[in-house]
Ligand binder design. Structure first.
Ligand code: IMP
Length: 432
């Protein structure tokens, strides 16, 4: 029996989907435990087609695995219904035999998105740059104890009662926040329209009903199975560990408490989408190359959820060292190493400069983090196509040296290094 968590160690988009896809055949259950459809996990079908998943776990197309959304996931029923239908349209099975939704997941509804649009708008230059999927407001209603869970959503009477009580508290609350700016949003003007909502969600209610799982009973029944816990986003977007306030509204670094091992995923370089500092942002020509062309370059750096271009930076050792410790990472997996194949030289950030001091520890103070400058070392690139490498012996020495530097800085061994999107484009360094 094994319980392993896959956790992003940067700002999300580390390539967790590829590693989960690769290792999941050794597991019986793959479980998402936080986040919502703000996530974007890219997996490849055996025929080489790219599929982007937002809510369904990354092993959903693999036979013999049961996939589940645990209580910490925020579920938009309309998005989830569409995602399942799309996957079925591609010929994949998604039914109660391979997928379930915990009865305690919180529902992300339409008014959460409307509220988020108003909040981000009101913040102006201080906006977080969220994915606009209503994740923050869903977390707000959850923690304000005004949320709706999947069990209640499925019961038309409970759903109606919830909608009828919600407009009062929620509208009052929104009105208080916006009293000076007087937005013309629906919630403020009219409250949540119960009839409209009942209609809007009726189909999703019926469609998702067969997937409900009693989480407590399920955990008891499957406790001796091998579980893979799949996080979304990454350590630096974690609400407690990340670059607050430019973070998401959940804890990617806190997998379920029975987790035995935590594997950290790190991209060979760093990317960030949304606002908030990226100290190691590359020079414009390098960044343009790294980002690639949307829909043309495999693994191009554009958000699949929002289409926004990702900012690209060099690998940041200050963040890596912080992340592996704060998230209690046992080992690292490196992704997208092949994206450096054409580079003459590669920079690695080993510290930050802040005013006259050199920082080797991640500064929690946001106003300090905003002003840090990276201190780099420069290492030679390998100038060789590595996408056909399958074992360490196939790799140029400079590639191995780059990994060794990362191991030294992060203080963790590297298990897998990935050189392409396909499962076979992965090199196993265990025992190396
Ligand atoms: P939210 O999660 O939509 O509230 O957005 C908060 C911050 O997290 C924003 O900077 C988003 O761009 C970022 N974010 C959320 N989900 C992801 C993800 O899956 N990958 C990368 N960034 C994300």
């Amino acid at each position: 029996m094994t319980k392993i968590a896959i956790i992003g160690t940067q700002f999300g988009d580390e390539g967790k989907g590829k590693i989960i896809d690769l290792v999941s055949p050794s597991f019986d259950v793959v479980a998402r435990y936080q986040g919502g459809h703000n996530a974007e996990h890219t997996i490849m079908t055996p025929r080489g087609k790219e599929i982007i998943l937002h809510l369904l776990p990354s092993s959903i197309i693999k036979p013999g695995i049961y996939n589940i959304l645990l209580a910490g996931v925020l579920v938009d029923p309309l998005e989830l219904t569409n995602e399942i239908k799309e996957l079925r349209g591609l010929g994949y099975r998604v039914d109660p035999s391979n997928f379930g939704i915990s009865n305690r997941t919180h529902m992300n509804l339409d008014f959460h998105k409307e509220y988020e649009r108003m909040m981000e708008d009101k913040k102006g230059k201080d906006a977080v740059g969220t994915t606009m999927k209503g994740i923050g407001p869903t977390a707000i209603t959850k923690y304000a104890r005004e949320g709706l869970r999947f069990r209640e959503f499925l019961n038309p009477d409970s759903f109606e009662r919830y909608l009828e009580s919600l407009p009062r508290s929620y509208r009052n609350w929104v009105q208080k926040i916006f009293k000076s700016s007087k937005p013309s949003g629906n919630i403020v003007a009219k409250g949540v329209d119960t009839c409209k909502y009942l209609d809007m969600y009726q189909e999703a209610q019926e469609f998702l009903r067969p997937f409900i799982v009693d989480e407590a009973g399920f955990l008891k029944k499957r406790k001796n199975d091998n579980w893979l816990y799949e996080s979304a986003q990454g350590c630096m977007l974690d609400i407690d560990a990340g670059t607050y306030p430019y973070v998401t509204s959940s804890n990617p670094i806190l997998p379920p408490s029975d987790t035995e091992e935590r594997w950290g995923i790190s991209k060979a370089y760093t990317t960030r989408v949304g606002y908030g500092n990226l100290p190691t942002q590359m020079e414009p020509d390098k960044e343009k190359f790294m980002r690639g062309r949307k829909g043309v370059t495999p693994g191009a750096e554009y958000g699949a959820t929002t289409g926004r271009p990702r900012n690209c930076g060099w690998w940041d050792g200050v963040i890596a060292e912080y992340a592996v410790n704060v998230a209690a990472i046992d080992e690292l997996d490196m992704t997208k190493m092949d994206r450096f194949d054409e580079f003459e030289k590669i920079k690695i950030c080993i510290a930050y400069k802040y005013r006259d001091s050199k920082l080797t520890e991640f500064p929690v103070d946001r106003y300090v983090f905003e002003q840090v400058e990276p201190v780099y070392i420069e290492v030679p690139g390998w100038k060789k196509d590595t996408t056909n490498a399958r074992e360490p012996g196939d790799l140029p020495q400079e590639f191995i040296d780059y990994l060794k530097r990362i191991e030294d800085i992060a203080g963790r061994k590297i298990h897998y290094a990935s050189v392409g999107q396909k499962a076979e484009q992965t090199i196993d360094f265990s025992g190396y």
